[in-house]
Design a binder for this molecule. Structure first.
Ligand code: IMP
Length: 501
């Protein structure tokens, strides 16, 4: 006879935290969000920890090298999407590992035959106001000039005017040659009151740009997540099909942690993949697995040797798996059961296998709930897709800015191997949608706000660490009527007033 769960499965919005006692010690500045990413034995420290419990989803629309650098700067980890060729994924990893903090390979470049219209289009597309004009329009081409918003006035110029007529020409630029330190570059920025300093090689080929704001950021990012060589830590998604070729390329590129990317992880394919990695690399290559939603799934992957285990089926914002296949489980119920299984496994074996709540986070407080329910860290797609740093286009729809966000199981991504358990069926069907999300600005500003909210709630619960939150949290179910009580109610909110009359 089929097994029935006695309770309906629940989502984060059905819960709230009940505050506990907070002493004067419980201040945001005293909270640490450091959290383990990979498994460790009792009494030992994990090989990889994050300084904030946020990782970005293994998705084309979310995690490329740029996202990875920006998130590692804040203390989290990106898992660069695997639904691309092995070569291009390994190149993204190499870019992150060779990124010299503060030295940026220019993302916005045009050739000399471009016009003001091209400048405006590029600026709108990727949000950068500094554009390098290089001979061949590439990031490493011969530098002919720079265009910033100070170089043009839209009201006084026609958009077909060539960039060469208004750019600041190379001969008038202050630049430096490769080899100087970040601190030396910063001295030049200050001395000449510049916002950007181009760095060129002996042949005048552009190598990097150093921005004043990046230098400030570097100084003000105490949470940066670096390896022992001072390179950013980065992860990558793999699949259960081409791992024998993909894993060596990613390891060679310097990837710190891998994760098998699949909508359903309780499978022999995942076990085989982990076993192959252990046979070839022992414990030196770290690999997470998933996704699972119950104790049985957790135990299977923990016994198979996974370094961390991801939780969540069907809860992602772009996900239609539950509609298409009728499988899944409310994310809160899944996290609660799997976190309990993790603790039991630790008790029994002395090995702590961190668990990650993946998908379905809508509000910042959902993150605090996920942590309180036992998640060691949280994977987010929609959340990061909204920021400047995500790899997708920013689009203006009737004056509202949005960014594109599509599922790995949509026809756009065509990441079918994530869904077919390693088989080769030709009958593919979509498990994700292609969508827009509201544009939200910079990752730095948003993540800092989110982290402050999480820390403030933890203080309300009398906790200064995630472990303490998990021990002390008092979590209550809420009724649908009390959810109404939780928002502004029975008042006319001023922001909406004009639209209503
Ligand atoms: P979000 O943070 O709610 O947007 O969820 C992101 C998560 O959804 C990812 O980390 C994946 O686990 C999952 N996901 C990504 N693409 C798809 C898809 O096409 N269908 C179902 N789930 C997906």
């Amino acid at each position: 006879m089929a097994f029935y769960f006695s309770e309906p499965s629940r989502t984060f919005s059905e819960y709230l935290l009940v505050p506990g006692y907070s002493s004067k010690q419980h201040m945001v500045s005293n909270v640490s969000l450091k959290t383990p990413i990979t498994k460790f034995k009792k009494g030992e420290t994990p090989k990889i920890s994050a300084n904030i419990p946020l990782v970005s989803a293994i998705m084309q629309a979310v995690s490329d090298d740029k996202m990875a650098v920006s998130l590692a700067r804040e203390g989290g980890i990106s898992f660069i999407f695997g639904s691309q060729s092995i070569e291009s994924q390994a190149n993204m990893i190499k870019k992150v590992k060779s990124y010299k903090s503060g030295f940026v390979v220019s993302d916005s470049n045009l050739s000399p035959d471009a016009t003001l219209a091209d400048v405006l289009e590029l600026k709108e597309k990727n949000g950068y106001s500094t554009i390098a004009i290089t001979e061949d329009g590439t990031s490493k081409g011969k530098l002919l000039g720079l265009v910033t918003s100070r170089d043009y006035r839209i009201s006084r110029m026609t958009t077909d005017i060539k960039v060469t007529e208004f750019m600041t020409k190379f001969e008038n630029l202050i630049y430096a040659n490769v080899g100087l330190t970040l601190s030396q570059a910063n001295d030049i920025l200050w001395e000449h009151k510049l916002n950007v300093l181009p760095i060129v090689d002996d042949n005048q080929n552009l190598q990097f740009l150093v921005f004043r704001k990046d230098y400030d950021m570097h100084k003000s990012n105490p949470n940066e997540l670096l390896d022992s060589n001072k390179s950013f830590i980065v992860g990558a998604g793999i699949n259960t099909r081409d791992y024998m070729e993909r894993v060596p390329a990613l390891v060679e590129a310097g990837c710190d942690v891998l994760c098998i990317d699949s909508s359903e992880g309780f499978s022999e394919w995942q076990k085989d993949t982990i076993e192959w990695i252990r046979e070839n690399y022992g414990d030196s290559v770290k690999v997470g697995a998933g996704n699972v939603v119950d104790k049985e799934g957790f135990d299977f992957l923990a016994n198979a040797g996974a370094d961390f285990i991801k939780i969540g089926i069907g809860g992602g914002s772009i996900c239609i798996t539950r509609e298409q296949k009728g499988i899944g489980r409310g994310q809160a119920s899944a996290v609660i059961e799997v976190a309990k299984a993790r603790d039991e496994y630790f008790e029994k074996t002395g090995i702590y296998v961190p668990v990650c709540s993946d998908g379905g986070i809508v509000h910042d407080y959902h993150m605090t709930l996920a942590l309180a329910m036992g998640a060691d860290f949280i994977m987010l797609g929609r959340y990061f897709a909204r920021f400047d740093e995500s790899p997708t286009n920013k689009i203006n729809i009737n004056g509202n800015f949005v960014k594109e966000y599509w599922g790995e199981g949509s026809n756009r991504a065509r990441n079918w191997q994530r869904y077919d358990l390693g088989g080769a069926s030709n009958l593919k069907f979509e498990e994700g949608v292609d969508s827009y999300v509201p544009y939200a600005g910079s990752l730095h500003d948003n993540v800092n706000l989110t982290i402050n909210k999480i820390k403030a709630t933890m203080c309300n619960c009398g906790a200064l660490s995630i472990k303490e939150l998990q021990e002390k949290a008092k979590i209550t179910l809420v009724s649908s009527t009390s959810i109404v009580e939780g928002g502004a109610h029975d008042v006319i909110v001023k922001d909406n007033f004009q639209n209503k009359i």
